[in-house]
Design a protein around this ligand. Structure first.
Ligand code: KIV
Length: 290
């Protein structure tokens, strides 16, 4: 892995890596675990900003600039209003903050469903403006033709099946999928169609565990689970969820650190010190050298 030095050319010094080799779609595909489950699982997290990308990069095989930024960054109710402009701005920031992980940018609702041509226009804009290595889009059988069109034209595509948040108005909410036989069969058929169409990897979200395992076993490409199964070839979480920044999260989230609580305590201390005059001290004050 690249050596990191501290870049002090800017007003906020952050790690600046020596140029290194990034993860690529073929490298990710080669990480499909063997049928006995051996092989190291792939690590993926979301990031929407340069600094978060810097902090995650060395530990992740893939960083997803998810359209979950609609709720996490913009306070929207769903991912439906997320725009291509938003995805391009945040995608470019994440690429600037990373050097090792493969960066995948979500295609927002409305930017790809109408036709393969429309999808190519949107995906090529995302790739040109951000420098990312792949796009992700939601949907199974209905999106197979589009995935085939994009991959044949040099755009690596990650699929997303199971609970697909952009379809919340059709699904009627965010409940786990695959609770009956017809839903289960549909999820398996969707994953198969996406893999057959040339996706380099597939996210499977919010499904019964046995479906997550079955999709993984049947898929020739890596399956990345989020609320799916530990048998998946890798796992992804929304970083702000696993860092404890939200009071309510889905059952599949494990909170690794209560950063929300830490931020609240730090801000309370700062506010108290400003009000009492304890901040700033001499250490934070400029004076002429004597
Ligand atoms: O938008 C997103 O963050 C995602 C992940 C939850 C997989 O699609």
């Amino acid at each position: 892995m690249s050596k990191i030095t501290i870049d002090t050319d800017t007003s906020r010094a952050t790690p600046k890596p020596a140029p290194g080799k990034r993860m690529t779609a073929p490298k990710i595909m080669a990480r499909k675990r063997r049928p006995d489950g051996s092989g190291e699982p792939l690590v993926m997290l979301t990031a929407y900003t340069m600094r978060m990308a810097q902090l995650l990069d060395a530990h992740c095989d893939m960083i997803l600039v998810g359209d979950s930024l609609g709720q996490v960054i913009y306070g929207l109710d769903s991912t439906i209003p997320v725009s291509l402009d938003m995805m391009c701005a945040h995608g470019a920031a994440v690429v600037r903050g990373s050097w090792h992980a493969m960066i995948i940018v979500d295609m927002p609702f409305g930017s790809y469903e109408a036709s393969p041509q429309k999808a190519f226009e949107s995906a090529s804009r995302i790739m040109k403006e951000t420098g990312c290595a792949a796009v992700k889009l939601e949907g199974g059988e209905a999106m197979a033709e589009t995935i085939r069109f994009l991959t044949a034209r040099g755009i690596p595509v990650m699929g997303h099946v199971g609970l697909t948040p952009q379809a919340v108005n059709m699904l009627g909410g965010y409940r786990a999928r695959g609770k009956d036989d017809s839903e289960e069969a549909k999820i398996l058929a969707d994953a198969q169609a996406v893999a057959d169409a040339g996706a380099f990897a597939i996210v499977v979200e919010g499904v019964m565990e046995e479906i997550g395992s079955a999709v993984t076993n049947a898929s020739p490409v890596p399956v990345i689970g989020i609320g799916a199964s530990k048998d998946c070839d890798g796992q992804v979480l929304v970083t702000e969820d696993m860092l404890g920044l939200f009071e309510r999260t889905a059952r599949f989230v494990k909170v690794y650190h209560d950063l929300g609580d830490q931020i609240t305590k730090a801000v309370e201390t700062y506010a108290g010190e400003v009000r009492s005059g304890a901040f700033p001290t001499d250490a934070q004050t400029y004076r002429p050298k004597s």
